[in-house]
Design a protein around this ligand. Structure first.
Ligand code: ADP
Length: 550
């Protein structure tokens, strides 16, 4: 992310102020110069007109005094060289020689070569001759290397001109020159006036200096005043707020700012800031007390947990003690009882039939009791996490042989047939042989229990040709299981009905162990059964747990 360059409020303020000042002074001065130029021009026009009127007055005076000047007392014309045109030009020449001004007469065809028009005068004469309405022509133009104000006024031919310049053209006038043949009222030339500009320039410049100085002082005064006011009422309080924010971010929350002698907006800001600081203080304090409360609660919870953990440890010790107690104190004597019952039963002669049956009953019930104890021990060990699962190659033929050694006598006792069959393509598998044996023993003893006399039990081991899984199947033609009971019989302590419990004995743990032992090894167990026809329990060993033949 690019960091944007930030300018201080003062810099922005000064820049804007300078720009506004420069632009307004520039505009004002340009406008002022324009206005002054216009005023100067109209003043100069008036001045030039005055000169023209004065020259005209001289002209008229001489013209009116001709009788007195150029006639004798007896009324005879005696030209003395003082004629209106000559006097006018002479007065103009004398006036021009004595001042920076210039007044003279000019036309396109002057009798005196000195009166020949220059470029500016030529333009003026052209405009007079081309349009009878144009009587004046003026403007600022160069004259003898300097910028001057120039003014020309058209002269109309009147009676006084006719004697020397009138018709007929070509005639010799009283001064001995050839007449031009002008007609009355036509343009006979122009009076040309040049006015110097030094004075006006000085006035304009001093006006400009005065205006700019005034502007500058005014601006400095206003800018300075605003600057000082904003320093005290805006910048200084803002700086204090900045410091206060810094304090807060350093954890010093007990800040409070004074909002007197500040602008209203800043005062509102300070009030809001003080409120925020107070809120933060409050939140911080309540947070601290909440942290203390939570810490106490956590300490209490920790103490409870420690107690709980102690109790659990005690419970675990108790379970472990109970397990070893049941193992040693119940199983050991029970095994001895079974062995004694078997021996004594076998020693009974034909005449001791009652005694034989009594020992047989003792052996049968002791075996049932032993199976129940074994199942309970398995469940208890599993809950205590004491059951380790081996992962080793197993020959299922060996397992079946081991199962047969315990199940065949049981089948004989219950008078049912028990057959086993292992398909030739069954491979070795990976698993725990002891647990697999317990699975098959439980399934087979259930099958025996829930199959009436002369029933048939089969333990088959096959390979599923479709996917290579190995299936352990225990099939009976016993009482069967209702469809609605088939899912729940794998839960602990579930027996389909109490009547059967009484009739068949059992703890409701056999199938739970089958399921747990299967899952621990990665096997899947399921049941297919029809009530009254028999059941088949299937333990499926997935193909990946089989060991390929070398
Ligand atoms: P139990 O100790 O009662 O045999 P199990 O968990 O082994 O406990 O079996 C749970 C219940 O499932 C049995 O009580 C019985 O109702 C039913 N059951 C198990 N196996 C069979 C079978 N082969 N035929 C009919 N019912 C069975």
């Amino acid at each position: 992310m690019s960091k944007k360059r930030k300018f201080s409020l003062r810099t922005i303020y000064l820049t804007i102020f300078t720009l506004v000042f420069a632009i307004s002074v520039g505009v004002y001065v340009a406008f002022d110069v324009y206005v002054q130029q216009k005023q100067t021009e109209s003043m100069l026009v008036e001045e030039a007109r005055t000169f023209a009127r004065e020259m005209d007055a001289v002209w008229r005076f001489i013209d009116n005094s001709q009788t007195a000047i150029n006639y004798t007392r007896s009324g005879i014309y005696e030209f003395k060289g003082i004629h209106c045109s000559i006097v006018g030009k002479s007065v103009g020449a004398i006036f021009s020689a004595k001042s920076d001004y210039s007044i003279r007469y000019t036309n396109f065809n002057p009798r005196n070569a000195l009166d020949t028009p220059d470029a500016f005068e030529t333009l003026a004469l052209e405009s007079f001759y081309s349009s009878g309405d144009t009587r004046e022509y003026y403007g600022f133009a160069e004259y003898k290397g300097k910028k001057r104000f120039r003014y020309l006024q058209a002269l109309s031919v009147d009676e006084s001109c006719m004697m020397c310049h009138g018709e007929p053209a070509g005639e010799i006038d009283i001064t001995g020159r050839v007449k031009e043949g002008w007609t009355l009222g036509s343009v006979g030339g122009a009076i040309s006036i040049v006015i110097p500009l030094e004075q006006q320039n000085t006035i304009t410049q001093s006006n400009m200096v005065r205006n700019i100085s005034f502007f500058l002082l005014l601006t400095l005064f206003i800018g300075g005043t605003i600057f000082i006011m904003s320093h005290f009422f805006v910048f200084r309080p803002l700086k204090r707020m900045q410091v206060a924010f810094g304090d807060m971010s350093d954890g010093r929350l007990s800040v409070s700012l004074d909002d007197s002698r500040t602008a209203r907006e800043i005062s509102h800001l300070i009030t809001d800031f003080n409120t925020m600081a107070a809120d933060l203080r409050g939140m911080h304090e309540s947070l601290e007390s909440q942290v203390i409360d939570r810490t106490i609660a956590l300490q209490e919870a920790n103490a409870d947990l420690e107690k709980l953990s102690e109790n659990l440890a005690k419970e675990a010790r108790f379970k472990s003690d109970l397990l070893s107690m049941v193992n040693h104190e119940l199983r050991t004597p029970l095994t001895s009882i079974i062995a004694l019952a078997q021996t004594t039963k076998n020693e009974c002669g034909d005449e001791d039939k009652n005694e034989y049956h009594a020992w047989e009953e003792i052996e049968k019930n002791s075996n049932i009791l032993l199976e129940m104890i074994n199942n309970m021990l398995d469940i208890a060990r599993s809950d205590a996490g004491e059951i380790a699962t081996a992962s080793e190659p197993i020959d299922l033929g060996d397992v079946v042989e081991a199962v047969k050694s315990t199940i065949v006598p049981l089948a004989q006792k219950y008078r049912v047939s028990f057959n086993t069959a292992i398909a030739s393509d069954v491979p070795l598998i990976t698993g725990d042989s002891e647990k697999t044996k317990r699975i098959l023993e439980n399934l087979a003893s259930n099958a025996i229990k829930f199959t009436p006399d002369s029933g048939n039990i089969r333990l088959m081991i096959e390979r599923d040709a479709k996917n290579g899984d190995v299936c352990l199947k225990v099939t009976d033609d016993g009482i069967g299981i209702a469809v609605e009971d088939q899912a729940r019989i794998f839960d602990r302590f579930i027996q389909v009905d109490s009547t059967s419990t009484r009739k068949y004995n059992g703890s409701g743990l056999g199938l739970a162990i089958v399921k747990e032992h299967s899952e621990l090894q990665g096997f899947e167990v399921s049941v297919q059964s029809t009530l009254g026809e028999g059941s088949t329990f299937i333990v499926r060993i997935p193909q990946h747990l089989t060991i390929a033949d070398e």
